[in-house]
Write a protein that binds this ligand. Sequence first.
Ligand code: AP5
Length: 207
Amino acid sequence: MADSGLRHPFKVVIVTGVPGVGKTTVLSEFKKKAEEEGLKVKIVNFGTYMLDTAVKEGIVDDRDKIRTLPLRRQLELQRLAAQAIIRDAAKELGSDGVLLVDTHALVKTVAGYWPGLPRHVLDELKPDMIAVIEASPEEIVARQARDKTRYRADIGGVEGVKRLLENARAASIASAVHYASTVAIIENKEGKADEAASQLLELVKKL
Ligand code: AP5
């Protein structure tokens, strides 16, 4: 069903969660499981789309610097990313496909918390579901510390992560209102990313 402007022909699932909670890890498990079951899946990372434009324009060359840019610059990158994601997905996915967008409901920028899923992004993505991947603040901080490929010190340790978790969950629910998206809270327990992926897959099959 591609109806009256509220949905795309393919399903759209936005996957959110604080930096380092394990969204990308859960999504790679999800892809394996979903393809074994014959589902047509496209996974994109919103930050990668923003970074591609930022690199082309010579503004930044590191994904963890995007959130330090002036906010009007981030806004423009955000708008272009949402448009490009849907353009690419529409070329690849038919009505039986699922697009999963790895992103953030709330970004901790240099100018304060900033919504990752404001109305202009949702008008492009039209999500069927917003999944919120969570873990305890202590686990998240330990994962951030183990992941040497990224800079996440600005997120603020256990206290900062705790505040971001609470506010990001609220931001996901606020974003869900615009397109009547379901909100699924999924626990990514230590060493159990495959369980979180299975849980997400069961929910996606019901959309
Ligand atoms: P982005 O690059 O999207 O961040 P990301 O790649 O999603 O990475 P995260 O930092 O969120 O980590 P993750 O949760 O995917 O964790 P991972 O799986 O790597 O965002 C970059 C920037 O783009 C943002 O800062 C922002 O500026 C911008 N941006 C993005 N979306 C935006 C939007 N909508 N609007 C505006 N700006 C936006 O895992 C981390 C570690 O944990 C790994 O070492 C992994 O092995 C480990 N791990 C994972 N799961 C488990 C587990 N169950 N047990 C033990 N270890 C685990």
